[in-house]
Design a binder for this molecule. Structure first.
Ligand code: SF4
Length: 357
């Protein structure tokens, strides 16, 4: 076992990565960053879904110049994703970015690296080193023959070494691979080797369905070991879906502080209501509720209230109606057509009670 609390705390705007038991949710915009309006819209959609830090691609000067304009319109901390070009990093830092993702070993001449590190240090901005199994340094690939966990950690240590030599320590590291077992091994090895907080991700994991399963398998294993202080689910889908998956995964490990959870039965021959559509509607509804409420939706009353004792509020189907219950006790009967509406009202009441506490 590892303890994410023992990693070095790094501040990204008002959010802390590492040094505690939180796992911060990140995602990345899919818009052209120079399109300020579209990018702001997407960032705000991500934030509303529960994304705590948003990364934007900065492939050119137009994108870097858009950063101060975007910053003015959003409240979440932003990360600039930069490859190689130190001028883009300097521009992003000057524009008020909260973190940069760049590998110092890829920047080039020493004075360029020094300029970026100096600017980041002056503004208190961390740097994320992103090691990717698919783009390891040639000499590391030659040494190991193919991407290995050892090679990935060696690459991370190389980039870390450059920053440490310049007395820079606000570092976050990712070691992404699309091979789940390789990613698990690499992150485990990294957690054994250094104390910088780890940014978890399975890269190029696939579409909404397959990518969710793959990410949950790999990142779930790591989270269960106490590894990872921030997480990004990579999906070939709307990035809001990435945030939803991340939240659900963290909820499964009790790591999402203010999220509501749905308990719903798998249905069987005893079903009395249209449970699947109700469960989907309630799941969508609670995805934006910021309170640790457990809601249950069960197909029948045979085991209903008893099965959902753990839930704060729930319904169980009965012929043509629903039984509304709180903490396992039935409080009233509701006609089937009003069930969803009434349950939503009760959820709102509970969320309000929680906020007032
Ligand atoms: Fe079947 Fe009822 Fe259990 Fe749902 S709650 S699985 S409908 S017995």
């Amino acid at each position: 076992m590892f303890h994410r609390t023992e990693t070095r705390p790094v501040k990204v705007g008002n959010i802390q990565i590492g040094g505690n038991d939180q796992v911060v949710i990140q995602s990345m915009t899919t818009t052209k960053t120079h399109d300020v309006k579209a990018t702001v819209e997407e960032i705000n959609r991500l934030a509303e879904a529960g994304c705590q830090i948003v990364r934007v691609a900065v492939p050119d000067m137009r994108a870097a110049e858009a950063i101060p304009l975007i910053k003015k319109e959003v409240n979440v901390p932003l990360v600039a994703d930069i490859h190689f070009d130190y001028k883009l990093a300097l521009k992003a830092i000057e524009g008020g970015i909260d973190k940069i993702r760049i590998n110092p070993g890829n920047i080039g001449r020493r004075e360029k690296v020094e300029a970026v590190v100096k600017a980041a240090k002056e503004r208190g901005i961390p740097i994320r080193i992103g090691v990717n199994a698919g783009s390891l340094e040639k000499r590391i690939l030659e040494k190991y023959g193919y991407p290995t966990a050892e090679g990935m950690v060696e690459s991370a240590l190389y980039h870390i070494g450059i920053l440490e030599e310049l007395d820079f320590h606000d570092i976050v590291v990712s070691l992404k691979a699309s091979d789940v077992r390789l990613a698990i091994e690499a992150y485990k090895k990294a957690a054994e080797t250094f104390r910088y907080p780890l940014h978890l991700g399975i890269t190029e994991s696939g579409t909404l369905f397959s990518g969710t399963v793959k990410s949950a398998a790999g990142l779930g294993a790591l989270l269960a070991m106490g590894i990872g202080s921030t997480i990004r689910i990579s999906l070939s889908a709307d990035p809001v879906e990435e945030v939803k998956v991340a939240r659900e995964l963290l909820k499964a490990f009790g790591l999402a502080a203010n999220a509501a959870t749905l308990i719903s039965c798998p249905t069987c021959g005893r079903i009395e209501i249209d449970l699947i559509s109700i469960a989907n509607e309630i799941e969508e509804y609670i995805s934006k509720i910021q309170a640790p409420i457990k809601v249950s939706v069960l197909g029948c009353a045979v085991n209903g209230p008893g099965e959902a004792k753990e839930a704060d509020i729930g319904i169980a189907g009965a012929r043509g109606e629903g039984l509304l219950f709180r903490h396992g006790k039935i409080i009233r009967k509701i006609p089937e057509e009003k069930m969803v509406e009434e349950l939503k009202k009760e959820i709102d009441k509970l969320a309000e009670e929680y906020r007032r506490k």
